[in-house]
Design a binder for this molecule. Structure first.
Ligand code: CU
Length: 155
């Protein structure tokens, strides 16, 4: 009996923790915004998350903010003649109805630039995302372990 109770409680806590880091804005669901710990000299950090559009009209992620960055851009990374290149998406990223778009290393991402301080694992960075139609949502980026940047990545 006691064992069952503990297992149930654990399952409940796990689910609660996972849900605590999801956000909703109208028909947009935003899951697990995160970034990476940065070395002391770093001036940029990537931002990653998943956006699901449960509505019937398209929207666009056009920008946002992060308390540690003076500039916040939406970027795309792609292979160009065997070289990884990134560029700013001035018109943002489309989130079509019914679709889930993932911002992740090596793909679409948020670029936090001109960092005011290094990011340490375990930190929570307050920020926001702005969508063309849905407007603005406040959220937190969790800072995860430092990771290697893909070779050839330049700004
Ligand atoms: Cu970038």
């Amino acid at each position: 009996m006691r064992r069952t109770l503990t297992a149930t409680l654990l399952a409940f806590l796990t689910v609660t923790a996972a849900q605590a880091h999801d956000y909703k804005l109208g028909s947009l669901e935003i899951k697990h915004p995160w970034t990476r710990a940065t070395p002391k000299s770093a001036t940029v950090a990537g931002g990653y998350l998943k956006i699901t559009n449960t509505g019937s009209t398209s929207d666009r992620l056009t920008g946002g903010s992060a308390e540690v960055a003076r500039k916040f851009e939406v970027h795309e990374m792609s292979m160009d003649g065997g070289v990884m290149k990134m560029r700013e998406l001035k018109n943002g990223i489309e989130i079509p109805p019914g679709a889930t778009v993932e911002l992740k290393p090596g793909s679409y991402h948020i670029m936090m630039m001109n960092l005011s301080r290094p990011l340490a694992k375990g930190d929570k960075i307050k920020g926001s995302l702005t969508f063309e139609k849905a407007g603005k949502v406040d959220l937190e980026f969790t800072v995860e372990a430092m990771g290697g940047m893909p070779a050839g990545m330049k700004h």
